[in-house]
Design a protein around this ligand. Structure first.
Ligand SMILES: [Zn+2]
Length: 427
C-alpha cells in the first residue's frame, strides 16, 4: 500500500487493483468524503488512482492543484483549459476537485471539477510521442426545468423574510432583494399590502432512492426570471432576467427599457448610522444662516472608520477650510461620493477602492460644529444630489441587438406565464 501512503495528504485515495484489498487511507486533517457523492469516481477505480479534495478557506484552485500533486509545469495549462469552461472566480469552501493518476502515480490523466451535482468538468491530459495536450469534456446529467410563480402581499415583515417564509431559497430571495433595491428604498417606502410577484425557474433532477425515482430541486441553479414590486409609495417595478451568453458581463436583470438593475453594493459609509442633519435647506449650525445642506451628516466620534460606499477611484484626497480633510471617490457610473471633516485620510488620489474599504477616520476638521461625517454625492455633471436617493451604481443600458434580444426573452417569459395559465406581467 505504498502508493496509498504516498497520497495521504489528499482527502482520499482509492486503490483497487486486482487482489488489492480496499483500505481506508490515512487522512491528515479532514474527514474523508464518501466516494459515492462523486459521480465519476466509479469509472476510474479499477485501473487508476483517484484523489479527491475540496477547497479550503482562503484557497484558490492553485493551492488545491498543489495538494493533488498536479505537475507544476501542467498547472497553468490545466487551469486555463478549465477556466475557459467553468467559472472559477466564485469557488466556495467545500467545492470538490479530483485528480486521476495511472496506477504507479507517475502520470496525471485527468483533473476534474465537480461544478454541482449535475455538471462535471474533466480536463484530460493526453500524451503524444513528444507532446502533451489538454482537452475538456463536459459530463452533464439529465435534468428538466420547472417554473414556479410566487405572489403575495407584504404583511408585517420585510419582503426578504416573507420570501424565505414562502420557501424561496435564501440565495434567490437575496437576489430578488438586490434587484429591487436598485430602485426601491424598502426602509422608507415599503408599506403593508404592497404587492410582489416572482417567477422562478428551477432545475429538477431524478435520483433513485431504494429503487424508486425521486425528484429533487438543484437549489444552486434556481433562476429568477421575473420580479415585480408595486405598492402605495412605489410604482410598479418590473425586472426581467436577461441572458446574453455564458460569462457575459451583461447577464443581469433589466427593466423592459433595458436599464440594468445591478446593485453593486452601495453601502453605508459608517458602521452605525445616525443622521444628525439631512440633505436640504437648513439653518447652518456654525454660521446660523439658512442655506442648502448638500449632503447628510452622520454622528461619528473622532477616529471612527469611514468606508467607501462602492468601488471606485479616489479623485480627491485633500484639505480645504470648509470641508477640512476630505476624500472624493468616482464610481463606475460617473457619480462621486464625498467624505468630509475627516481626521485622517488613508488613500491617495488615483487609488482604486472597494465597497466597504476603510478610506479614512472621521473627525472635526474644517468648518464643523462638532465631530461628524458629512457625506455627499455628486452627479456626473458636478451638481450635488441627495445621497439618500442614490440606490445603485448603474451599468450602461442595453441597446441595439442586445435590447432586441432582451425583448425576445421577455416574450419567452410571457409565454411561460401562458403555460402556467396566469395573466402575464403588464407592460
Ligand atoms: Zn454636512
Amino acid at each position: 500500500m505504498v502508493k496509498v501512503r504516498f497520497f495521504t495528504v489528499a482527502l482520499i485515495a482509492l486503490l483497487t487493483a486486482a487482489g488489492c484489498k480496499k483500505e481506508a487511507p490515512e487522512v491528515a486533517g479532514s474527514a474523508p468524503v464518501p466516494v459515492a457523492e462523486v459521480p465519476a469516481a466509479a469509472a476510474f477505480k479499477d485501473t487508476t488512482v483517484f484523489l479527491l479534495d475540496s477547497i479550503r478557506k482562503g484557497e484558490g484552485p492553485f493551492n488545491l492543484m498543489e495538494r493533488l500533486r498536479v505537475d507544476r509545469q501542467l498547472r497553468q495549462r490545466v487551469l486555463y483549459a478549465l477556466a475557459n469552461e467553468a467559472d472559477l472566480t466564485t469557488l466556495k469552501v467545500g467545492e470538490k476537485f479530483a485528480a486521476v493518476y495511472n496506477m504507479d502515480t507517475t502520470r496525471i490523466l485527468e483533473f476534474i471539477y465537480y461544478e454541482d451535482l449535475l455538471t462535471t468538468h474533466r480536463i484530460r491530459i493526453l500524451r503524444g510521442a513528444d507532446s502533451v495536450t489538454v482537452d475538456h469534456v463536459l459530463d452533464e446529467k439529465p435534468s428538466r426545468v420547472r417554473h414556479q410563480l410566487i405572489r403575495g402581499a407584504l404583511n408585517a415583515g420585510t419582503l426578504d423574510a416573507e420570501l424565505k417564509d414562502m420557501g424561496m431559497p435564501p440565495r434567490v430571495a437575496q437576489l430578488a432583494m438586490n434587484v429591487l433595491e436598485c430602485k426601491i428604498s424598502f426602509r422608507s417606502d415599503a408599506r403593508i399590502g404592497d404587492k410582489f410577484e416572482l417567477l422562478m425557474e428551477e432545475t429538477i433532477y431524478t435520483d433513485t432512492v431504494d429503487g424508486a425515482a425521486v425528484e429533487h430541486v438543484l437549489n444552486g441553479r434556481t433562476q429568477l426570471l421575473y420580479v415585480m414590486y408595486a405598492g402605495e409609495r412605489v410604482k410598479g417595478l418590473h425586472a426581467y432576467k436577461y441572458f446574453d451568453g455564458d460569462k457575459s458581463s451583461y447577464n443581469a436583470h433589466y427593466t423592459e427599457e433595458g436599464e440594468a438593475l445591478v446593485f453593486l453594493g452601495l453601502r453605508y459609509p459608517l458602521d452605525k448610522i445616525h443622521v444628525t442633519s439631512p440633505y436640504g435647506m437648513r439653518r447652518h449650525p456654525v454660521t446660523g444662516q439658512n442655506a442648502m445642506h448638500h449632503g447628510i451628516d452622520y454622528r461619528a466620534a473622532v477616529g471612527t472608520p469611514v468606508y467607501a460606499v462602492a468601488e471606485g477611484r479616489v479623485t480627491k484626497s485633500t484639505f480645504d477650510e470648509l470641508s477640512g480633510h476630505y476624500i472624493a471617490v468616482r464610481h463606475n457610473d460617473g457619480y462621486s461620493s464625498y467624505y468630509m471633516h475627516l481626521s485622517k485620510k488613508s488613500v491617495a488620489v488615483g487609488a482604486l477602492v472597494k465597497a466597504r474599504q476603510v478610506i479614512a477616520l472621521s473627525g472635526n476638521t474644517g468648518r464643523s460644529g462638532g465631530p461628524h461625517l458629512h457625506f455627499g454625492f455628486k452627479q456626473p455633471n458636478g451638481t450635488w444630489m441627495n445621497p439618500g436617493s442614490k440606490r445603485m451604481i448603474a451599468t450602461p443600458k442595453l441597446s441595439g441587438d442586445k435590447l432586441d434580444k432582451l425583448g425576445e426573452q421577455i416574450a419567452e417569459i410571457r409565454r411561460i406565464y401562458k403555460e402556467l395559465d396566469v395573466p402575464p406581467p403588464a407592460s
